[in-house]
Design a protein around this ligand. Structure first.
Ligand code: SF4
Ligand code: SF4
Length: 410
């Protein structure tokens, strides 16, 4: 698709990037059936091809309206379209670029911007969100049902390993996960310990930046990425093997740090190094043979439906494909069939708050397919998906490493 940037963008980094990205789209439409919002709304402008066209028009200087912004806002950034596209279109980068442009071409009303800023601020600060959640958990029983469903009950975290190991990795904590589900990283630390790897936390770790970036606060996100690049680089220098995340939504963004800060002379190299050493937990564990190492037995442990988060199956697909499934099977779990497993559950960060209707419709559809094989539980790999599904699921929803940890004795 040929694009002629408007005079204010021609020759700029953003204009050049837009031209390079947009030219690979050949309008074939193969991506349309893979798009959750197109399947629900049936409007070409809520499809990948339609959104790409809207962004091309915006780059070329066509008038941008509130409607354009709404079509872009409805995109989940699930990148299912990228997996379906035969031409290798990097849709994730195109929508990022479109989102950056739309904030100046069609500015949001003050109240809406303030609400989005508040979300980006509160949800990205562990020191704020964790105490708030503890208070909500304390009064959970008297909360109205709609609010109660968003507050998970507190669960036991279990012991953290204390053995000294020569190998160690940085285990990122994230922002909302320590408050909502601290048991996930505790389980990850125990499982890693059993394969001889200690975990360290990144003192001074900031939000990964994905939240602010996707809400249009790019500069704020850059500051967070720089802070994390500093902390992680120091820990890599001190001998950490990798930067590991148990939340695929954060992990996919950390893997993109190098691209995100590519034009920052002070941070481009540092950020690229952090990205190169970033791993999802399943990548680290998949090279360990849990059965051969005697870490799990042959006991059957029940039926599980695997819900691969979009940030894992589309965002990190070449690195992670099939790995969680293999780990769960090795731990004795039988995976139930899940139809249309490429489709998003509707969580998508703050999407479940900002596009609540669409998000709930997608969750209903996703739960129907996940429950189709009559699983005893649902496993996933991202805190956002986990909480979104848990709030409406009749069966327990857990992070897959919790199940592996249980198989190893907890
Ligand atoms: S994004 Fe890919 S699949 Fe979709 S219309 Fe463009 S080339 Fe075709
Ligand atoms: S990222 Fe997901 S919601 Fe957005 S256009 Fe692609 S498939 Fe559709």
């Amino acid at each position: 698709m040929h694009t002629k940037p408007s005079p204010d963008l021609a020759g700029t980094p953003i204009g050049r990037e837009a031209q390079a990205l947009l030219k690979s789209c050949v309008h074939c439409g193969f991506c349309l059936p893979a798009c959750p919002t197109y399947r629900v709304l049936g409007n070409e402008l809520d499809s990948p091809r339609g959104r790409i066209y809207l962004i091309k028009q915006m780059v070329e200087g066509a008038p941008v309206t509130e409607a354009t912004r709404e079509h872009l806002d409805r995109c989940l950034t699930c990148r299912s379209c990228e997996s379906a596209c035969p031409s290798g279109v990097q849709y994730g980068r195109i929508i990022d670029l479109g989102r950056e442009l739309i904030e100046t071409r069609a500015p949001r009303p003050t109240l809406e911007r303030a609400w989005r800023s508040a979300l980006a601020t509160v949800l990205s600060q562990r020191a704020v969100i964790t105490p708030l959640l503890r208070v909500a958990q304390g009064v959970r029983g008297v909360l109205p049902p709609a609010l109660r469903s968003k507050v998970p009950p507190r669960v036991k975290v279990g012991a953290k390993p204390t053995a000294q190991r020569t190998r160690r990795v940085v285990l990122l904590e994230g922002c909302v996960q320590p408050g909502l589900a601290p048991q996930i990283n505790a389980a990850a630390a125990r499982v890693l310990d059993r394969v001889g790897i200690a975990t360290i936390t990144a003192n001074g770790e900031s939000c990964c930046g994905a939240l602010g970036h996707h809400l249009g606060f790019t500069e704020r996100a850059r500051a967070q990425v720089r802070a994390n690049a500093d902390v992680c680089t120091r820990l890599l220098d001190e001998g950490a093997e990798a930067i590991v995340s148990t939340a695929s939504g954060c992990g996919v963004f950390v893997k993109d740090y190098g691209h995100f800060l590519r034009d920052d002379p002070a941070y481009a190299v540092k950020a690229a190094r952090v990205s190169a050493e970033a791993r999802d937990l399943c990548e680290v564990l998949s090279v360990e043979d849990l059965r051969k190492a005697g870490l799990v037995g042959s006991a059957k442990r029940g039926n599980v439906a695997w819900q691969a988060p979009c940030t894992l199956q589309h965002g990190q697909r070449s690195a992670t494909a099939g790995k969680v499934e293999a780990l769960l099977a090795a731990a004795g779990y039988e995976l139930t069939p899940v139809a249309s497993s490429h489709l998003c559950c509707g969580s998508a960060g703050t999407y479940s708050i900002l596009q609540a209707g669409l998000s709930q419709e997608l969750r209903t559809r996703k739960l129907e397919t996940l429950l189709g094989g009559k699983p005893e539980s649902i496993a996933t790999a991202n805190i956002g998906c986990l909480e979104h599904l848990r709030a409406a699921s009749p069966v327990p929803v857990k992070h897959w490493v919790e199940l592996v940890d249980e198989a190893m004795g907890g």
